[in-house]
Design a protein around this ligand. Structure first.
Ligand SMILES: Cc1cc2nc3c(=O)[nH]c(=O)nc-3n(C[C@H](O)[C@H](O)[C@H](O)COP(=O)(O)O)c2cc1C
Length: 273
Protein backbone atom coordinates (compact mmCIF):
# COMPACT_ATOMS: atom_id res chain seq x y z
CA UNK A 1 0.00 0.00 0.00
CA UNK A 2 3.12 2.21 -0.24
CA UNK A 3 1.97 3.94 -3.41
CA UNK A 4 -1.52 4.71 -2.08
CA UNK A 5 0.05 6.12 1.03
CA UNK A 6 2.36 8.34 -1.04
CA UNK A 7 -0.51 9.56 -3.25
CA UNK A 8 -2.58 10.44 -0.19
CA UNK A 9 0.30 12.20 1.56
CA UNK A 10 1.69 14.14 -1.42
CA UNK A 11 0.88 17.79 -1.67
CA UNK A 12 2.74 20.64 -3.29
CA UNK A 13 5.49 21.98 -1.06
CA UNK A 14 6.33 25.64 -1.59
CA UNK A 15 8.44 26.38 1.47
CA UNK A 16 11.73 24.48 1.57
CA UNK A 17 14.50 24.55 4.17
CA UNK A 18 17.21 25.57 1.71
CA UNK A 19 19.15 22.40 2.56
CA UNK A 20 20.77 20.17 -0.04
CA UNK A 21 19.42 16.66 -0.41
CA UNK A 22 21.33 14.19 1.77
CA UNK A 23 23.78 11.99 -0.11
CA UNK A 24 21.57 8.92 0.40
CA UNK A 25 18.38 10.67 -0.79
CA UNK A 26 20.21 12.03 -3.80
CA UNK A 27 21.68 8.66 -4.66
CA UNK A 28 18.32 6.93 -4.28
CA UNK A 29 16.61 9.50 -6.52
CA UNK A 30 19.32 9.45 -9.15
CA UNK A 31 19.13 5.67 -9.33
CA UNK A 32 15.35 5.82 -9.60
CA UNK A 33 15.47 8.53 -12.28
CA UNK A 34 17.83 6.35 -14.37
CA UNK A 35 15.80 3.17 -14.04
CA UNK A 36 12.42 4.87 -14.47
CA UNK A 37 12.88 6.72 -17.74
CA UNK A 38 10.46 4.94 -20.08
CA UNK A 39 7.25 6.48 -21.32
CA UNK A 40 4.12 4.64 -22.38
CA UNK A 41 5.37 4.15 -25.93
CA UNK A 42 8.81 3.06 -24.68
CA UNK A 43 10.28 6.45 -25.58
CA UNK A 44 12.63 7.52 -22.82
CA UNK A 45 13.24 10.88 -21.17
CA UNK A 46 16.44 11.49 -19.22
CA UNK A 47 15.71 13.68 -16.23
CA UNK A 48 18.44 15.59 -14.39
CA UNK A 49 18.64 16.38 -10.69
CA UNK A 50 20.29 19.76 -10.45
CA UNK A 51 21.33 21.87 -7.46
CA UNK A 52 22.17 25.56 -7.49
CA UNK A 53 24.74 26.64 -4.88
CA UNK A 54 24.18 29.10 -2.03
CA UNK A 55 26.11 31.85 -3.79
CA UNK A 56 23.80 31.73 -6.80
CA UNK A 57 20.84 34.06 -7.01
CA UNK A 58 17.44 32.64 -6.07
CA UNK A 59 15.13 31.72 -8.88
CA UNK A 60 12.26 34.14 -9.46
CA UNK A 61 8.98 32.27 -9.69
CA UNK A 62 6.07 34.33 -11.02
CA UNK A 63 3.41 32.69 -8.91
CA UNK A 64 3.36 30.33 -6.01
CA UNK A 65 5.80 32.23 -3.80
CA UNK A 66 8.14 29.30 -3.53
CA UNK A 67 11.00 29.76 -1.05
CA UNK A 68 14.10 27.99 0.18
CA UNK A 69 14.32 26.17 -3.15
CA UNK A 70 17.67 24.85 -4.21
CA UNK A 71 17.26 21.61 -6.12
CA UNK A 72 15.38 20.93 -9.33
CA UNK A 73 14.47 18.06 -11.63
CA UNK A 74 13.95 18.70 -15.28
CA UNK A 75 14.11 17.02 -18.67
CA UNK A 76 14.33 18.26 -22.26
CA UNK A 77 11.75 17.07 -24.77
CA UNK A 78 10.52 17.79 -28.30
CA UNK A 79 7.43 19.99 -28.33
CA UNK A 80 4.82 17.35 -29.12
CA UNK A 81 1.71 16.32 -27.22
CA UNK A 82 2.92 12.71 -26.84
CA UNK A 83 6.23 13.85 -25.38
CA UNK A 84 4.49 16.15 -22.89
CA UNK A 85 2.16 13.34 -21.79
CA UNK A 86 5.21 11.13 -21.25
CA UNK A 87 6.93 13.94 -19.34
CA UNK A 88 4.09 14.05 -16.81
CA UNK A 89 3.78 10.25 -16.73
CA UNK A 90 7.46 9.59 -15.97
CA UNK A 91 8.12 12.56 -13.72
CA UNK A 92 5.11 11.98 -11.45
CA UNK A 93 6.53 8.54 -10.62
CA UNK A 94 9.71 10.32 -9.48
CA UNK A 95 7.60 12.76 -7.42
CA UNK A 96 5.82 9.87 -5.69
CA UNK A 97 9.15 8.12 -5.04
CA UNK A 98 10.39 11.31 -3.37
CA UNK A 99 7.16 11.52 -1.32
CA UNK A 100 7.75 7.95 -0.12
CA UNK A 101 11.02 9.23 1.40
CA UNK A 102 9.36 12.36 2.87
CA UNK A 103 11.00 14.64 0.36
CA UNK A 104 8.89 17.65 -0.63
CA UNK A 105 8.12 18.48 -4.26
CA UNK A 106 6.26 21.04 -6.33
CA UNK A 107 5.50 20.84 -10.04
CA UNK A 108 6.24 24.26 -11.55
CA UNK A 109 5.26 25.33 -15.07
CA UNK A 110 5.72 29.05 -14.57
CA UNK A 111 9.41 29.43 -13.85
CA UNK A 112 12.27 31.67 -14.78
CA UNK A 113 13.64 29.99 -17.90
CA UNK A 114 16.81 32.13 -17.88
CA UNK A 115 17.71 30.68 -14.50
CA UNK A 116 19.06 27.55 -16.15
CA UNK A 117 21.23 29.47 -18.61
CA UNK A 118 24.20 27.22 -18.02
CA UNK A 119 22.24 24.24 -19.27
CA UNK A 120 22.24 23.90 -22.99
CA UNK A 121 18.81 23.32 -24.47
CA UNK A 122 18.92 22.27 -28.10
CA UNK A 123 16.71 24.39 -30.38
CA UNK A 124 14.27 21.56 -31.11
CA UNK A 125 13.80 20.74 -27.41
CA UNK A 126 12.18 22.47 -24.45
CA UNK A 127 11.77 22.14 -20.69
CA UNK A 128 8.00 22.32 -20.24
CA UNK A 129 7.95 22.11 -16.44
CA UNK A 130 10.31 21.51 -13.56
CA UNK A 131 10.03 19.88 -10.17
CA UNK A 132 11.35 21.80 -7.22
CA UNK A 133 12.50 19.27 -4.68
CA UNK A 134 13.85 19.41 -1.13
CA UNK A 135 12.87 19.22 2.51
CA UNK A 136 9.68 20.94 3.58
CA UNK A 137 9.96 23.72 6.14
CA UNK A 138 7.50 23.01 8.96
CA UNK A 139 6.70 26.72 9.27
CA UNK A 140 4.41 27.33 6.32
CA UNK A 141 3.94 31.06 5.78
CA UNK A 142 0.42 32.47 5.72
CA UNK A 143 0.89 33.44 2.03
CA UNK A 144 1.37 29.79 1.05
CA UNK A 145 -1.75 28.80 2.97
CA UNK A 146 -3.63 31.58 1.16
CA UNK A 147 -2.47 30.39 -2.25
CA UNK A 148 -3.65 26.86 -1.47
CA UNK A 149 -7.03 28.32 -0.52
CA UNK A 150 -7.32 30.44 -3.66
CA UNK A 151 -6.66 27.48 -5.97
CA UNK A 152 -8.64 25.09 -3.75
CA UNK A 153 -5.52 22.91 -3.63
CA UNK A 154 -6.93 20.51 -1.03
CA UNK A 155 -10.09 19.87 -3.03
CA UNK A 156 -10.84 17.83 -6.12
CA UNK A 157 -13.87 17.89 -8.42
CA UNK A 158 -16.56 15.36 -7.50
CA UNK A 159 -16.44 11.87 -9.04
CA UNK A 160 -19.50 12.45 -11.19
CA UNK A 161 -17.84 15.33 -13.04
CA UNK A 162 -14.66 13.38 -13.81
CA UNK A 163 -15.74 9.79 -14.49
CA UNK A 164 -18.42 8.57 -16.91
CA UNK A 165 -19.84 5.53 -18.61
CA UNK A 166 -18.62 5.54 -22.24
CA UNK A 167 -21.78 3.98 -23.64
CA UNK A 168 -24.38 6.07 -21.77
CA UNK A 169 -22.24 9.19 -21.05
CA UNK A 170 -23.81 9.16 -17.58
CA UNK A 171 -21.67 9.67 -14.46
CA UNK A 172 -19.82 6.64 -13.20
CA UNK A 173 -19.90 5.94 -9.48
CA UNK A 174 -17.61 3.78 -7.36
CA UNK A 175 -20.33 1.11 -7.09
CA UNK A 176 -20.32 0.77 -10.90
CA UNK A 177 -16.60 -0.07 -11.07
CA UNK A 178 -15.89 -1.71 -7.76
CA UNK A 179 -12.53 -3.27 -8.73
CA UNK A 180 -11.29 0.03 -10.17
CA UNK A 181 -12.86 2.32 -7.56
CA UNK A 182 -9.62 2.82 -5.67
CA UNK A 183 -7.68 3.33 -8.90
CA UNK A 184 -10.05 6.14 -9.93
CA UNK A 185 -10.07 7.64 -6.42
CA UNK A 186 -6.28 7.82 -6.48
CA UNK A 187 -6.26 9.24 -10.01
CA UNK A 188 -8.59 11.96 -8.76
CA UNK A 189 -5.95 13.00 -6.20
CA UNK A 190 -3.37 13.73 -8.90
CA UNK A 191 -1.85 17.20 -8.92
CA UNK A 192 -2.62 19.42 -11.92
CA UNK A 193 -1.64 22.87 -13.09
CA UNK A 194 -3.59 25.41 -11.02
CA UNK A 195 -5.58 22.40 -9.76
CA UNK A 196 -7.55 22.52 -13.02
CA UNK A 197 -8.03 18.70 -13.18
CA UNK A 198 -8.49 18.39 -16.95
CA UNK A 199 -8.83 14.58 -16.91
CA UNK A 200 -12.16 12.99 -17.90
CA UNK A 201 -12.27 9.20 -17.89
CA UNK A 202 -14.94 7.14 -19.69
CA UNK A 203 -15.35 3.46 -18.83
CA UNK A 204 -16.66 1.17 -21.54
CA UNK A 205 -18.54 -1.74 -19.99
CA UNK A 206 -18.71 -3.57 -23.31
CA UNK A 207 -14.94 -3.60 -23.95
CA UNK A 208 -13.68 -3.24 -20.37
CA UNK A 209 -11.57 -0.20 -21.23
CA UNK A 210 -11.00 3.21 -19.70
CA UNK A 211 -10.74 6.01 -22.25
CA UNK A 212 -8.84 9.10 -21.10
CA UNK A 213 -9.90 12.48 -22.47
CA UNK A 214 -8.60 15.98 -21.87
CA UNK A 215 -10.95 18.84 -21.13
CA UNK A 216 -9.30 22.19 -21.71
CA UNK A 217 -10.10 23.98 -18.48
CA UNK A 218 -7.59 26.80 -18.80
CA UNK A 219 -6.53 28.27 -22.17
CA UNK A 220 -3.32 29.66 -20.74
CA UNK A 221 -2.14 26.25 -19.53
CA UNK A 222 -3.38 24.60 -22.73
CA UNK A 223 -1.45 27.03 -24.94
CA UNK A 224 1.73 26.16 -23.05
CA UNK A 225 1.01 22.42 -23.36
CA UNK A 226 0.73 22.01 -19.60
CA UNK A 227 -2.63 20.20 -19.70
CA UNK A 228 -0.89 17.37 -21.60
CA UNK A 229 1.50 17.03 -18.68
CA UNK A 230 -1.51 16.95 -16.32
CA UNK A 231 -2.87 14.03 -18.37
CA UNK A 232 0.40 12.09 -18.07
CA UNK A 233 0.41 12.65 -14.30
CA UNK A 234 -3.12 11.22 -13.96
CA UNK A 235 -2.12 8.23 -16.12
CA UNK A 236 0.78 7.42 -13.84
CA UNK A 237 -1.52 7.44 -10.78
CA UNK A 238 -3.96 5.18 -12.63
CA UNK A 239 -1.28 2.70 -13.67
CA UNK A 240 0.60 2.61 -10.36
CA UNK A 241 -2.53 1.93 -8.31
CA UNK A 242 -3.72 -0.68 -10.85
CA UNK A 243 -0.39 -2.48 -10.44
CA UNK A 244 -0.58 -2.20 -6.66
CA UNK A 245 -4.06 -3.77 -6.77
CA UNK A 246 -2.93 -6.48 -9.22
CA UNK A 247 -5.21 -5.22 -11.97
CA UNK A 248 -3.50 -6.00 -15.24
CA UNK A 249 -3.86 -3.86 -18.32
CA UNK A 250 -1.98 -1.80 -20.88
CA UNK A 251 -2.09 1.57 -22.65
CA UNK A 252 -3.35 1.70 -26.21
CA UNK A 253 -3.91 4.46 -28.71
CA UNK A 254 -7.40 3.99 -30.16
CA UNK A 255 -7.67 7.42 -31.78
CA UNK A 256 -8.96 6.00 -35.08
CA UNK A 257 -12.02 4.31 -33.59
CA UNK A 258 -12.90 6.39 -30.56
CA UNK A 259 -16.19 8.30 -30.51
CA UNK A 260 -15.98 12.08 -30.27
CA UNK A 261 -17.31 13.44 -27.01
CA UNK A 262 -18.42 17.08 -26.78
CA UNK A 263 -15.46 19.40 -26.38
CA UNK A 264 -13.13 16.69 -25.08
CA UNK A 265 -9.88 15.61 -26.70
CA UNK A 266 -9.05 11.92 -26.73
CA UNK A 267 -5.67 11.02 -25.22
CA UNK A 268 -5.31 7.28 -24.55
CA UNK A 269 -7.03 4.07 -23.48
CA UNK A 270 -6.29 1.66 -20.66
CA UNK A 271 -7.30 -1.84 -21.78
CA UNK A 272 -8.06 -4.07 -18.80
CA UNK A 273 -6.86 -7.66 -19.11
C1 LIG B 1 1.92 20.49 -14.52
C2 LIG B 1 1.80 21.33 -13.26
C3 LIG B 1 2.28 22.64 -13.23
C4 LIG B 1 2.21 23.39 -12.04
N1 LIG B 1 2.75 24.67 -12.01
C5 LIG B 1 2.80 25.34 -10.84
C6 LIG B 1 3.46 26.61 -10.78
O1 LIG B 1 3.95 27.13 -11.78
N2 LIG B 1 3.55 27.22 -9.55
C7 LIG B 1 3.01 26.66 -8.42
O2 LIG B 1 3.12 27.25 -7.36
N3 LIG B 1 2.34 25.46 -8.47
C8 LIG B 1 2.24 24.79 -9.64
N4 LIG B 1 1.63 23.57 -9.69
C9 LIG B 1 1.06 22.96 -8.47
C10 LIG B 1 -0.48 22.97 -8.49
O3 LIG B 1 -0.96 24.26 -8.22
C11 LIG B 1 -1.00 21.94 -7.46
O4 LIG B 1 -0.59 20.65 -7.85
C12 LIG B 1 -2.51 21.93 -7.32
O5 LIG B 1 -2.97 23.17 -6.82
C13 LIG B 1 -3.01 20.83 -6.36
O6 LIG B 1 -2.42 20.97 -5.10
P1 LIG B 1 -1.55 19.79 -4.48
O7 LIG B 1 -0.40 19.54 -5.41
O8 LIG B 1 -1.08 20.30 -3.14
O9 LIG B 1 -2.43 18.57 -4.35
C14 LIG B 1 1.64 22.83 -10.87
C15 LIG B 1 1.14 21.51 -10.93
C16 LIG B 1 1.22 20.77 -12.09
C17 LIG B 1 0.73 19.36 -12.10
Amino acid sequence: MEIINSIERRKSCRTFTNESLTASDREMLEKFIKSNNKGIDDKSIDFTLFEKGDSDVQMKIPYGLIRGNKTYIFGKIPQTKADRVNYGYILEKIVLKATERNIGTCWVALFDRDYFNEIQIESDLSVPCIIIIGYADEKVPIKEKLIRKVINADKRKPWETLFFNYETRKPLYAKDVITYAEVLSMTRLAPSSGNTQPWRIFYSTSTNEFHFFKKVTNQNYESKGVHDIDMGIAMSHFELVSKENELKGSWQNQESKIQLIDDLQYVITWKCE
